[in-house]
Design a protein around this ligand. Structure first.
Ligand code: NDP
Ligand code: MG
Ligand code: MG
Length: 340
């Protein structure tokens, strides 16, 4: 069984009197910055002029350009969107990465796929909360935390692991549990999970179910409830107590249907496709496609996104949700971030 670190296992001395630069003040950035400050650390925010800058100032932080913040800090945590990290790193962070500093990430993508190549004389680690930034902040305020993964990529000071754990404790993850991983494992499993199961797999399953019912002549509104709306209730039960807990709560008829029909829908062929998806992640093929797509200003991403937003399940869903005020609209960011 993997070792899980809690607050009591962590000696934060290695991080006391160190200055932490949080680069980016979005979903993760605001949460890390505020939690670290409340845990007693000195935090400086690195940003460009814009919306986040104003927000960070309003929240009482010292805000500087990314370059100045990086120059100021001992630990530099990069919390920009993954697509923009390589360029900002090259222009503004790397020139200030003097020997012995620590460079940190919340996702291993850019380091693992060589888009950011850190110098050999700095510590490099990641702390990846397994939840969206707003939850990282809210649970911290409630005295709890969101679990996190950590990994050390490069340890020149001999203290990289302690620093990563102290950082994770500072954002509240030590109250929930911190697990060790590697940059490779974190990156590949994160990408696979969101592609095959959490986002890609689920949206494809929901749409296929909806289309099957509508094509058979059933009302789209009814199909929407059966194939999308109720999914949340099922997922909540699995989250609380695994598959067994969910199956305990549903009817025996539903459970029998689960046993006999589930494996007909998601079968050995599906698993073979999943292996192919994983292979594209492992070989770097997926990363290459996504990096090129971004360099070309996302022509395919935008085309698919527009088409998807017009799907019948979306049109019907928008109308139905307007009639259901109890379905609280989360921020788009928070929903998207749930995939992490
Ligand atoms: P967001 O998109 O929420 O953060 C965007 C922030 O970056 C904003 O403050 C934005 O400022 C700033 N920014 C964007 N471009 C630049 C630039 N060129 N120079 C300076 N600042 C810039 O990112 P996330 O928090 O979602 O993701 C950050 C990292 O955390 C990623 O590595 C991600 O994989 C990882 N992660 C994210 C999770 C999540 O919950 N979202 C969960 C776990 C890990 P402005 O207002 O000026 O645009
Ligand atoms: Mg039913
Ligand atoms: Mg991800």
């Amino acid at each position: 069984m993997v070792k899980v670190y809690y607050n009591g296992d962590i000696n934060e001395a290695v991080l006391t009197n160190k200055k932490v630069a949080i680069v980016g003040y979005g979903s993760q950035g605001h949460a890390h910055a505020q939690n670290l400050r409340d845990s007693g650390y000195e935090v400086v925010i690195g940003l460009r002029q814009g919306k986040s800058w104003t927000q960070a100032v309003q929240d009482g932080f010292e805000v500087k350009s990314v370059r100045e913040a990086s120059a100021d800090a001992d630990v530099i945590m990069i919390l920009l969107p993954d697509e923009y990290q390589p360029q900002v790193y090259k222009n503004e962070i790397e020139p200030e990465l003097s020997s012995g500093k620590a460079l940190a990430f919340a996702h291993g993508f850019n380091v693992h796929f060589n888009q950011v190549v850190p110098p050999s004389d700095v510590d490099v680690f990641l702390v990846a909360p397994k939840g969206p930034g707003h939850l990282v902040r809210r649970t911290y305020e409630e005295g709890a935390g969101v679990p996190a993964l950590f990994a050390v990529y490069q340890d020149v000071t001999g203290k990289a692991k302690d620093t990563a754990l102290a950082y994770a404790k500072g954002i509240g993850a030590g109250r929930a549990g911190i697990l060790e991983t590697s940059f490779q494992e974190e990156t590949e499993t994160d990408l696979f999970g969101e592609q095959a199961v959490l986002c890609g797999g689920t949206t494809a399953l929901v749409k296929a179910g909806f289309e099957t019912l509508v094509e058979a002549g059933y009302q789209p509104e009814v199909a929407y409830f059966e194939c999308l709306h109720e999914l949340k209730l099922i997922v909540d039960l699995m989250y609380e107590g695994g598959l067994e807990n969910m199956r305990y709560s549903i009817s025996d008829t539903a459970q029998w249907g689960d046993f006999v029909s589930g494996p007909r829908v998601v079968n050995a062929d599906t698993k073979q496709r999943m292996k192919e998806v994983l292979e594209d992640i492992q070989t770097g093929k997926f990363a290459k496609g996504w990096l090129l797509e971004n360099q070309l200003n996302r022509p395919e991403f935008n085309a698919i996104n527009n088409r998807e937003n017009k799907h019948q399940i979306e049109v019907v869903g928008r109308k139905l949700r307007e009639m259901m005020p109890f379905v609280k609209k989360q921020s788009k960011k928070e929903v998207a971030a749930g995939a992490k």
